[in-house]
Write a protein that binds this ligand. Structure first.
Ligand code: HEC
Length: 154
């Protein structure tokens, strides 16, 4: 009987202690991870945005390379979505969903046997608008001083 009462007590203590540790220690790590995701997404699409309107787009190898980059960026956007979902930020989740849908639509353009460059450019612009919609609400800073979450946004 004694053991039966002690075990739950210990378990509750462990969960409680864990909660304190998590809230004290994990937020900066999460923010760092978030930033790493954004940097990786940004790097992938910077190259893609240069390539898509250029004549190189018509080369299968260039579109193949772009697909590989999209496939690196895409799971990072899933992680971004989870970041907002974990914090119960509904608008952040919706912005993420819009960006994910736009990335997927652009990827479909990349996989066409006969490339439609105009459609690809349009899909990429649509995606950029989805990125910008979230940045307008959650991001502040600039290329010189760096970007961060808007104060009080989280
Ligand atoms: C759901 C919200 C959201 C979406 C969608 C989003 N971003 Fe971000 N992004 C942020 C926030 C918040 C920051 C600032 C925080 C940071 O940089 O750590 C940021 C920062 C960035 C940065 C700067 C990273 C750095 O080095 O500090 C780049 C580049 C970037 N985003 C690119 C993109 C691109 C490209 C897309 C679309 C494919 C996108 N983002 C979609 C929220 C979002």
């Amino acid at each position: 009987m004694v053991a039966g009462t002690r075990v739950p007590t210990l378990a509750v203590t462990a969960v409680f202690a864990g909660t304190i540790w998590l809230s004290a220690g994990q937020t900066p790590a999460h923010l760092k991870e978030f930033e790493a995701s954004m940097t990786e997404i940004g790097d992938a699409f910077e190259i893609i945005e240069e390539m898509t309107p250029s004549p190189v787009y018509l080369l299968n190898s260039a579109r193949g390379d772009a697909i590989a980059r999209v496939d690196v960026a895409r799971p990072r956007m899933d992680a971004v979505r989870k970041f907002f979902a974990d914090r119960k930020k509904r608008d952040g989740v919706e912005f993420s969903d819009a960006a994910i849908a736009a990335i997927d639509a652009f990827r479909i353009e990349l996989t066409r046997t006969t490339p439609d460059q105009a459609a690809a450019i349009e899909a990429l612009e649509e995606m950029t608008r989805a990125c910008a919609a979230c940045h307008a609400v959650y991001r502040e800073g600039d290329t010189i001083n760096g970007y961060r979450f808007k104060a009080g946004a989280l």
